[in-house]
Structures are given as C-alpha cells and as structure tokens.
Design a binder for this molecule. Structure first.
Ligand code: TXA
Ligand code: MG
Length: 376
C-alpha cells in the first residue's frame, strides 16, 4: 500500500487496482473478492457499476467510502436471473410481503417479465434481509436485473444480490468504459473488469410502484418511458411530494457534473452564443457537442469566427436517441480530460421520445451543476 496526501492534508491509503479483461478466470477471481466483502467494478449494459455483496453491511460501507457518496443516497440491488418475479424477491427476503398490495405486485410482475434482464430498476418495499445502509434507512429498496453477461455470471457464481452504484466518484459523470472507472476509482478498488464500452450508456430507468399499482417515474434512463407505459397500459405518474414516499437524493440537479462548466445552446442561436462568448473573452478552447451528425450548425462554427479554438464532437445520427445516449458521457468526459475551458452542447429541443428523455435529463443536470458550481 502507498498513500497520497488528501486536499485537507490527511493521508488517503491507496491500493493496487487491477484492470482485467472479462475472461472466465477474471470473473471467478472477482466472485471470490465479492464473497470476501471486497469491491469489484463491473460492466453492465447501462454504465459500469461498483459492486459489493448487498447483504454485507461492511462491504456496502466500502462502496460509500470509495465513491465519497453521502450515506443518505440509497443503492440499487442487482439480482440474478433466478430472481424473475416478485415472489422470488420475497422468498429471498428482499421485498416485504406484508407491505405489498395486490395491484402493486401484478404491475411489478408485468414489468419484471417484460423488461428483466434490462435497464429498468423497480422500487418496492424493503424486505428483512436487505441491510438498512443499502437503502439509506428508507422503507423501500431498488432492484434491477442487468442484461450484461459479466454481471449476470457474477450474480450466478456468487449467488448473492449485488449492490452497485455507478462506478464514479460521487457527483461525477458515470463511466461507460473501464478506462473511465480507472480514472475515477483507481487506487480505491482492487479490481476493474473490462467488458468494453457499455451498450446503452446512460443509467437505468427507475420507477416506483405504489400499493394501487400506480407507476412513478423517478429517473428517466436506458428504458424508454413509452415502452413502460405500453406494458402497464397507463401513463406514468410524475414525482410529486404527494405520491413520493421515497426520496431520490441522487437526483438533485447537481448530479452528473463534468469538472468543466457546461452550457446548452440552441442549434441556430449564434446570437446567444456570440453574446456568451463576448462575456467570456478569456476562453481559449471550448468543447462543442452537436447532436446529429453534421457539425455545420452555427453553434459549431460561431466560436471559430471569434478566434476561439474548438473541439467538436458529434453524438451520432439517430432519431430515437440511442446513439446520443451511448456516446454522451464518454464525449463529456473526453472534453473534460482535454481541459477545455467550457463545454457548449447543442440543446436537444427538436427531438423527443425514446432515450432522448434521459439524454435531456442528464444534460440539464450537467448544466445546472455548472451554473451552481465553478463560475467562469
Ligand atoms: O444503470 C444503473 O442503474 C447503474 C448500474 C450500475 O446498474 N446504477 C446506478 O446506480 O446508476 P446509482 O447509485 O449511481 O444510482 C441509483 C439511483 C440513485 O439516484 C438513488 O438515489 C436511487 O437510485 N435509488 C436507490 N434506491 C432507491 C429507493 N429505495 N428509492 C428511490 N430511489 C432509489
Ligand atoms: Mg450514479
């Protein structure tokens, strides 16, 4: 072990982090670490997760420690493919049978059958085997069966539910590649399994289900809201103070922040952009993210005319937002790493539906964090 000084002068101990390809040997070693109460960063179809045995309060505490995550922000419990119904969640003691209503159970089963394994997290009454620290002492717990070979094999091999938040330091952008995890958590976790780029690229959609079977959207994510509405044959409820028994602390607007200030500008609004640039004449390099393929829009070229160096990235060209979702976090992280002074993102105001809702949500939060965080 070696150590580096903390900002506040305290020493922080570091461990060696192995970043290994997802071979069966690696997965077996990872399973062993997890059974021993250690942490392993694991690929999922949404983003990389930082996994630990959800039934072991000390392992769970290590997640909060490694991420610098506030203890009041609950974790998602990942379950394996044998846990394919509310009955299975109840028989493991994960869900509390006495507090679940019959319509609630019917709707939960319908969603589980339609979307697991996959990018949908379902919040239900917490059962007795889930430690309080996992759910930040809330009476509910969040469950998801991920659709990724590596994570499913680990769940199968360990026969444990795995608590796994996104594998980033608290309030930072979620990692969608093993190298991102290394940047975030190198020296803090013993092993990262490299399973390549995440297919979906944004975190799972989170819903809660009330006793009457009403489904509330808590976080838009990798499963489109339209797909959920079609399966439950009803619109989703928005979060309100009234229907929200649950707190979603991770959803404050300062979440998902790149370290660099970020602003959203309409595609053709070169006047606003010019104004903006005039105000911040000290800017040397700005990163520009355009949404749909061709970067020939004013947002992309206006700064060049004013002598500002630009690095332009496109999120792809895909009507339903899948490509934008897949590339968003990596694009922001890349620009962050290139030490641009500002990130300008083309506002996705002309597109909607599918995964655009999640993309818009993450961009709004990143912009809000920039506004409330470091000033230009
Ligand atoms: O795709 C994902 O969901 C990824 C991968 C690794 O599975 N995980 C993930 O975890 O995004 P995390 O911890 O970064 O975000 C989980 C969110 C947090 O905003 C947390 O507040 C919310 O889920 N959450 C967890 N338990 C909850 C509960 N009982 N009620 C309401 N929200 C809950
Ligand atoms: Mg997260």
């Amino acid at each position: 072990m070696n150590s580096i000084p903390h900002n506040d002068g305290r020493a922080e101990s570091l461990i060696e982090t192995e970043c290994l390809p997802a071979t069966s040997n690696t997965i077996e070693r990872a399973a062993e670490l997890l059974r021993d109460g250690r942490l392993v960063a694991v690929p999922t179809e949404t983003v990389y997760g930082l996994a630990a045995n959800a039934l072991d309060p000390r392992a769970v505490a290590a997640i909060f420690e490694a991420k610098g995550r506030p203890a009041d922000n609950p974790l998602i419990v990942h379950v394996g493919s044998a846990v394919d119904s509310v009955a299975a969640l109840m028989s493991g003691g994960f869900v509390q049978p006495l507090r679940i209503g019959s319509p609630q159970r019917t709707i939960a089963d319908r969603l589980i059958h339609a979307f697991w394994p996959g990018p949908l997290t379902i919040v239900l009454p917490r059962g007795p085997t889930i430690p309080e620290s996992v759910t930040a002492r809330q009476a509910t717990a969040a469950f998801r069966m991920p659709a990724h070979r590596v994570m499913l094999e680990l769940l199968q091999m360990t026969q444990l539910p795995l608590a796994a938040p996104s594998a980033n330091r608290s309030n930072r952008i979620s990692p969608t590649a093993a190298s991102h995890v290394l940047e975030e958590l190198g020296g803090r976790v013993p092993m990262i399994i490299d399973g390549g780029r995440c297919d979906i690229g944004v975190e799972s959609t989170i819903v809660s289900i009330d006793v009457n079977g009403g489904v509330t959207m808590l976080r838009p994510g990798g499963l489109a809201v339209e797909a959920i509405a079609a399966v439950i044959a009803a619109p989703l409820l928005p979060v309100t103070v009234k229907n929200s028994e649950v707190v979603v602390p991770g959803m404050q607007s300062v979440h998902y922040a790149p370290a660099v200030p970020l602003t959203l500008v309409e595609r053709d609004d070169d006047i606003l952009l010019a104004d903006f640039l005039a105000k911040f004449s000290a800017l040397k390099t700005i990163g520009i993210v355009v949404l749909q393929g061709e970067p020939a829009c004013p947002v992309a070229w206006a700064p060049t005319l004013r002598g500002v160096k630009t690095i332009v990235t496109s999120l792809g060209d895909d009507g339903d937002g899948c490509l934008a979702a897949r590339h968003l976090f990596a694009a922001l992280r890349d620009l962050d790493r290139q030490a641009v002074d500002l990130i300008v993102v083309e506002a996705p105001s002309q597109v909607s539906g599918g995964l655009w809702q999640a993309v818009k949500d993450r961009l709004r939060r990143a912009a809000a964090a920039a506004a409330g965080g470091r000033k230009l």
